[in-house]
Design a protein around this ligand. Structure first.
Ligand code: NAP
Length: 323
């Protein structure tokens, strides 16, 4: 059986959930997939992690050799892994760095890459695709949009179909807040509950001001060959929203794009629209195609285990292509 060694970079919620899910679902692959290395800022450089590494990682203490963050690219280059799974934090201010450097170093040193980090894909799509072609290595990023719920990857099942537009609810935190507001809660109260449940970040502005949904819309657009970027997009969130102003309609934070325009903003939907009834922290994506008309997917859009499923999907894609 073909053996694949995996290097994990970033061993927080998603990294740990992926390690656990992989050990539970080993039989899903027609290959022997082993995590051979972990690199994490706090937990250090762990070689051949044992089965208890997730329990040990919870404390956040050092579990391997202490690393200087500047040496990570060199560690990636020297690693004998076949696949690098990158799960470090999103960094908008630095336009997806240092994750982009990690991914490009991995490809240049002959490794396939999988990431759940929106930054490097939204800001460096062209460079990563060019590296992928030049080095014949795959770049997969399903976990960046709607976690393990099929989203842009459904198009792999629809050869020949072209997409006219997409629109969706791509941020679970704001959808949860709006759902609670329709039940009578204030914005602040709903946000506090979203934070308590771990849906929203301690600094929730990425979610509530629309940036998270905007990056996801850019990623889907890039997959479709549309050249939208954050600079050219209207991005509005739900911070000061008054749901009563939308009358009988239901307001949702909608991400929309076609080849000419992309935006994220609160939109009033007719009660007959399925999207108006996608509640709680669920996500939904409607894709308008020339061959099928509209198709729609609804499902979880975040969560460590849900995102780990996306990584398994990407792993299976690489393995099934016989690399
Ligand atoms: N959680 C979700 O539901 C979800 C869903 C979809 C996508 N994502 C994306 O997946 C990625 C990981 O999310 P997460 O929830 O696992 O985050 P997390 O719990 O904060 O874990 C990130 C880990 O990466 C480490 N790290 C940060 N920068 C690093 C660097 N330069 N080199 C090495 N290690 C570094 C962090 O160390 P420190 O502890 O020192 O910070 C932390 O252990 C993010 O980009 C996130 O946006 C998450």
């Amino acid at each position: 059986m073909r053996r694949y060694r995996v290097l994990i970079i970033g061993f927080g919620n998603v990294g740990q959930a992926f390690f656990r899910l992989l050990s539970m679902k080993k039989d899903a692959f027609n290959a022997d997939v082993q995590v051979s290395e972990i690199i994490d800022r706090r937990r250090g450089h762990i070689i051949n992690p044992g089965p208890n590494v997730v329990d040990e990682a919870r404390s956040g203490r050092l579990l391997g050799r202490r690393i200087d963050i500047d040496e990570v690219p060199q560690l990636i280059e020297e690693s004998d892994a076949d696949i690098v799974c990158e799960f470090t934090d999103l960094n908008i201010r630095d336009r997806g760095e240092p994750a982009f450097t990690y991914l490009s170093t991995a490809i240049r040193s002959g490794k396939h890459v999988i990431t759940t980090n929106k930054g490097p894909i939204a800001f460096h799509y062209d460079e990563l695709m060019e590296l992928s072609r030049r080095y014949n290595r795959l770049v997969r990023f399903k976990g960046t949009v709607m976690a393990g719920t099929p989203s842009f990857n459904v198009l792999e099942l629809l050869p020949g179909a072209s997409v006219n537009y997409f629109m969706g609810i791509l941020n679970g935190t704001t959808n949860f807040i709006l759902t609670r507001m329709y039940e009578g809660m204030s914005f602040n109260e709903a946000l506090r509950i979203a934070q308590e449940r771990g849906y929203a970040e301690a600094d929730p502005s990425l979610d509530i001001d629309g940036w998270d949904a905007a990056l996801k819309a850019i990623i889907i657009s890039r997959v479709l060959g549309w050249r939208h970027s954050l600079e050219g997009m209207e991005v509005r969130g739900i911070r000061d929203i008054d749901i009563r102003a939308f009358g009988d309609k239901i307001v949702k934070l909608i991400a929309f794009a076609n080849k000419d325009v992309a935006y994220v903003k609160p939109m009033a939907l007719d009660r007959g629209d399925v999207l108006a009834h996608v509640n709680e922290n669920l996500n939904a994506l409607r894709i308008g195609t020339d061959t099928l008309g509209d198709i729609m997917v609804i499902g979880p859009g975040a969560g460590p285990m849900e995102t780990a499923q996306a990584v398994l999907t990407d792993l299976a894609y690489i393995i099934n292509r016989g690399y």
